[in-house]
Write a protein that binds this ligand. Structure first.
Ligand SMILES: [Ca+2]
Ligand SMILES: [Ca+2]
Ligand SMILES: [Ca+2]
Length: 267
């Protein structure tokens, strides 16, 4: 039939076919555009999901290192406060084991904990709860190894992890009174714990938190995304769901949680 038409009236049919071809081309272009858009956005989603999984694995590893350090040294690591993030604890002097007074937040001290400093996207911020007391038994400066149970130098439990557990209990007691926003703390999870709002919804004091920044998801020039800032003591709850404008990964433990883990891990 088509052949007959072509033979009997080639020109009009040819024009009609040309018109159809233009429509077809337009349809093909639109479909191709949609397909490549779908493929690209799918790729984007997979890539950022993989990034976040990488961030979570990194954060878990850093948490394990903090715990192991606490068991061995009877204190939590001191943040790295060097501008260049050299990876060393911000101690009063190298090898002193004494965390500089007032240092609560900085970079994760990779080198002091036996790691190399990673690429920028994975380089984590780290904060530690410090609330000293003139009375050792009441002290809650978790970045300082201190004899809190009255043992003498040379005794088995002198200034060890059992003293850190006392410090953690003291911190838990302080945190139970009020969540201090001048110490490391968490804000909500946008679920039962309420809005993610550092100023308006301080939910829980923590012994430490670690924030792996990944990409600059909100495009403000800083890999950290809200509510995290370069100097802030506030972190979003690790239970907070993924949200627009942030891909930061958080791990944290309350003083009670860390004390529980340490007690279980004691020989
Ligand atoms: Ca002791
Ligand atoms: Ca980020
Ligand atoms: Ca940002």
């Amino acid at each position: 039939m088509t052949h007959a038409l072509l033979r009997s009236s080639g020109r009009p049919v040819f024009l009609r076919q040309a018109g159809l071809s233009l429509v077809e081309i337009a349809v093909v272009l639109v479909v191709a555009g949609l397909l490549s858009w779908a493929a690209f956005s799918g790729y984007e989603t997979v890539a950022s999901q993989q990034e976040i999984e990488r961030g979570r694995a990194e954060a878990k590893q850093l948490q394990s290192l903090v715990r192991a350090f606490a068991l061995r040294h009877g204190r939590l690591p001191c943040p790295d406060t060097s501008a260049a993030a050299t990876g060393y604890e911000g101690l009063t002097a190298p090898g002193s084991g004494v965390c500089t007074a007032g240092v609560q937040v900085g970079w994760f001290p990779y080198v002091s904990l036996g790691l190399v400093v990673p690429e920028m996207a994975l380089r984590a911020r780290y904060a530690v709860f410090r609330s000293g007391s003139a009375t050792a038994a009441d002290d809650a400066d978790l970045a300082v190894a201190l004899e809190r149970t009255g043992d003498s130098a040379g005794e088995a439990n002198f200034s060890d992890v059992s003293d850190l557990i006392v410090g953690l209990n003291n911190a838990a007691g302080l945190a139970a009174l009020a969540v201090a926003t001048n110490r490391p703390y968490l804000t909500g999870d946008a679920g039962a714990a309420g809005a993610i709002n550092c100023a308006g919804n301080a939910v829980m004091s923590v012994a430490y938190w670690v924030v792996v920044p990944l990409k600059d998801a909100d495009n403000d020039g800083n890999r950290l995304d809200p509510p995290h800032t370069s100097a802030g003591l506030c972190a979003a709850s690790p239970a907070a769901p993924l949200r627009f404008g942030s891909d930061d990964v958080v791990v944290a433990e309350s003083p009670t949680q860390l004390a529980g883990w340490l007690r279980q891990s004691l020989p």
